[in-house]
Design a protein around this ligand. Structure first.
Ligand SMILES: [Fe+2]
Ligand SMILES: [Fe+2]
Length: 271
């Protein structure tokens, strides 16, 4: 005779992890190599026109864009390897083993590209804070939520923007690949978070909302941050940037709602 499951036992069965496994298979199929990039066929970044000063200024601008992405992917190496180590579920571990490889391949691509255009520029302090917050979060639910549900979804739009302004370059190719990869990282995070939340307490759910409220202002500062190299262009684009940021943040809130979280306490940092 089967023993009835105790009522407080809400641990999901293995079939609940089928979604996470599907993203593992997808990640394996989508895997690419650094040698697949058009290194010798296309210029690394858009070649500027005009006076040497103007061209140098454009080059500095691109170096600063690339530096921010390199920094983001190096931090993603830390965060994904933490997830690989602490996730208790074998399906999730298997998936994270591919995500660690992706983030490290992304890092390799940025390192090579930056090497071709004259080296790194200024570091974005807000990105360091975002990563710290995720690495130091108390629960697995919070880490997956901050990194995969929010950040990796919000960054996809940025890759598309960069690709659009870098047509016919290695940079465009990298951005298109990374947008696809981060789509998988985000999808896997949503699938895993759904399973985790099935057995999460009310307090854990509330902690996610608190974490979102801590993350959003820093994400906003990161999205609007302009280092010295881009300060001149930052002024021109500010109102468009704010509009885009608002749309991104609203998208983040919709995602939280779709996970069944009560988002009425989430405060958007831009009016
Ligand atoms: Fe990445
Ligand atoms: Fe990623």
């Amino acid at each position: 005779m089967a023993t009835p499951r105790p009522v407080e036992d809400t641990e999901p069965g293995r079939e609940a992890y089928a979604g996470v496994l599907r993203f593992y298979e997808l990640a394996k199929r989508q895997e690419w190599q650094i040698r697949d990039l058009p290194w010798n066929e296309l210029p690394p970044i858009p070649e500027g026109r005009g006076t040497p000063e103007r061209r140098a200024r454009r080059n500095d601008l691109w170096r600063s864009v690339l530096t921010q992405q390199l920094q983001a992917d190096m931090l993603a190496c830390d965060m994904s390897s933490q997830l690989l180590n602490i996730a208790p579920d074998p399906e999730a571990k298997l998936y994270y083993s591919t995500m660690v490889q992706d983030e490290s391949r992304h890092t390799e691509a940025w390192l090579k590209l930056i090497g071709e255009v004259g080296g790194t520029a200024e570091r974005d302090p807000h990105l360091d804070k975002l990563a710290r917050m995720t690495l130091d979060a108390d629960t697995l639910e919070e880490k997956v939520f901050l990194m995969q549900v929010f950040y990796e979804r919000l960054i996809i739009g940025r890759f598309k923007l960069i690709a659009r302004s870098a047509r016919g370059t290695v940079l465009e190719d990298i951005c298109n690949r990374l947008a696809l990869d981060d789509g998988i990282h985000h999808g896997a995070g949503m699938a895993y978070e759904r399973v985790l939340l099935q057995s999460a307490s009310k307090a854990t759910r509330q902690k996610l909302i608190d974490a979102a409220n801590r993350l959003l202002p820093i994400f906003a500062a990161h999205a609007l941050w302009r280092p010295r190299e881009r300060a001149w262009i930052g002024g021109l684009m500010h109102s468009r940037d704010v509009q885009r940021l608002r749309e991104d943040l609203e998208q983040g809130v919709r995602l939280a709602r779709s996970l069944g979280l009560d988002v009425s306490d989430i405060r958007l940092p831009v009016a």
